[in-house]
Every structure is written in C-alpha cells, then in structure tokens.
Design a protein around this ligand. Sequence first.
Ligand SMILES: [Zn+2]
Length: 252
Amino acid sequence: MTKIYHLDSGPMRPYWPKITGVTYVLLVETNQGWLLVDSGFGTQDFSHPSFFMKWFLKLLRIPNDPSLCIVNQIGKFGLKTEDINHIVLTHLHLDHAGGLADFPKAQVHLNRRELDAAIKRRGLLGLGCLPYHWAHKPNWQLYEQTDTTWFGFPAIRLNGFTPEIMLIPTPGHTLGHCMVVIQTDSGWLLNCGDACYPFYLNESEQYVSPPQKLVQLILGNYQPKIAALLEKHGDEIEILTSHDPVTWAKNQ
Ligand SMILES: [Zn+2]
C-alpha cells in the first residue's frame, strides 16, 4: 500500500480577500526512500526572512511558527531529515521551494525550464522566486520534455520510482510549472500545484471561484482541460491543488 501523507506548511488567512488556504506538501514513501512534493516554508523563512518573504507571510497571515516547517513535522511519522531522499517541485515560488535548504542532501527533481526561468527571474511571476532558497546548491535532477503522455497530457516520467511519479508540464503560472502525478492503490493522485483552483474558501466555507480572466492570467488555461479529465476519469483520479484546504482537511 502506497503511503502518502498530506501536510500543511503554512495556513493562510489573509484579511483581504477573506479566504482560507493551506500550503500543501505531500510526503510519499517510495522504493527510493521518502519523497516530498513541494517543500513549503523552511526554517530560514522564519528565522531570516527576506524582505519579500516577510511581507508575503504578513499579508497572508501565515503564523510565524517554525514548527510548520516540514523538517519539524516529519518527526511525527518517525522520520529524520536524512530520511527525505527526494523532493519533487511543481515550481520554484517562495511557498513551494522554501524548505529545500532544510534537506540539503535530497535530490531535487524539477523541470529544467523552471530553474532556468527562476535564475533569470523570467516571466510574470518571476519575482516570487527567492534565490536564497537554493543558495546551498541543491542536488538538482533536471528534466526535459519526452514523448510520454498521461491521459493525453504531455508527461515526464521520473525513472525508477515505485509508485510511479510523473511531471506534467503546465507552463503559465511560471514558465516551467509542472503538475505532479503519483500512482496510488486506487489510481492516481494529481497534485495540480498552482495550475488551477480550487484554492481557497470564503467566510461561509465555500470555494472561491475567481473570475476566469484572472485565473487564465495567473494560473494558465488548464481549468477546462482538468475538468474534462475528471469528468471522464474521476473514478481513478484524486485531485488537489497547492492551497486547497478541503482536500487537506479530508486527509488528516
Ligand atoms: Zn506559485
């Protein structure tokens, strides 16, 4: 049975817009040791935040609490820092790559295009990448597009993993953004990262559906394609997005 744990590295409760969100990190047991999908916030984000990080945490009202860092959460699963061998990243934004430095020996799997763009701080949302998150020179494993597909989506298979793990390139939110899909006992778990909503809940605990134009601008135009995928294969695919508090709560 594949073990997958759903962690929150940063609960978000901004005053405006008045919404609730999480900072999703998955902890997965594989044949090559434990693996994280995204890394949330790291210890240095709380001890020595950059100016941008400080304001990000403040605006989203993320608690200034180092126990939220994944390195401080894995103990409850009986794991130590050195048990995390792999980190797969959807993209390099500050709320996804913050924890990298807490696992300096882990292999970090990433779309090559994302690292190139982040180093040059390219693209609309390039400013959300903070170079101090990879100043320790991670052990990058960089990937390029192959002929593989997953339910019609172009996909990149990470070699040698059980369960099977794939990157699904979805440029838009960032230039090298990828969704991450993991094989489970009943089908697939699709982590959409920041390629689509649902994202947040409003005050009456309803999902907020942002205006389509805004979604396309900030996330790319993947919502209809993912909705069509779920309509056809919803019985074999479980879905989550990086800030979805409902799926997170269901898995606690
Ligand atoms: Zn992002």
